[in-house]
Design a protein around this ligand. Structure first.
Ligand SMILES: [Zn+2]
Length: 192
């Protein structure tokens, strides 16, 4: 996949960060064969731009802050590109996965986490969640991802699926974060 790195990014890019960007792209078949420019930003975690010329996509750009780079951030910005593709280029083939990703930051977080576990290495920025969950994110990551997948399913019949998702997430700290098997739950009541 053609990947263009801006000179400013090249100066800062570590081999590890480059490998992270390349392996992230493998999870985005919608971007297959598209030329993507990757630049550097110091202001935000990242940004994404889809440039149109005469109604046709002429450039896909993401910018990343290399320090503390996470798959979450890379995935978020690539999801923005997919959102952008859905928005305009009438000549573009419809996305591989069938359904368009709706625009919006929270939507971007939801579809990024749902896409693959690899993008759950850091807490999402825009989905609202209790602070304790951000502090102990690894303990909650898998459950939040499952909820995001459920929310995408729920969207088909439920207009307020993001509200539903955030309400479910808000309740999580009230439950023990570690997955507890039924046997463990029964322990205090067992015959032992
Ligand atoms: Zn964003």
């Amino acid at each position: 996949m053609p990947l263009r790195l801006t000179p400013l990014l090249q100066k800062r890019l570590t081999p590890r960060a480059q490998a992270m960007i390349e392996s992230s792209l493998a999870y985005f078949p919608e971007l297959d064969g598209k030329s993507i420019t990757v630049g550097y930003t110091r202001k935000h975690l990242g940004s994404a731009t889809v440039v149109y010329r005469k109604g046709i996509i002429s450039q896909l750009v993401i910018r990343l802050k290399v320090r503390k780079l996470s798959y979450q951030t890379i995935g978020h910005e690539l999801t923005h590109l997919v959102q952008g593709l859905a928005g305009g280029d009438r000549r573009a083939a419809s996305p591989v996965r069938g359904e368009h990703i709706p625009s919006g930051e929270k939507q971007c977080d939801i579809w990024t986490l749902a896409r693959d576990k690899i993008f759950c290495d850091d807490a999402p920025t825009y989905i609202r969640m209790p602070r304790v969950m951000r502090e102990r994110w690894p303990a909650y990551a898998e459950t939040v991802r499952d909820l995001c997948i459920a929310a995408i399913e729920k969207r088909k019949s439920h207009r307020l699926y993001i509200r539903w998702l955030e309400a479910e997430i808000r309740r999580l700290p009230q439950r023990p974060p570690e997955k507890i098997s039924p046997e463990q739950l029964e322990l205090p009541f067992g015959q032992g």
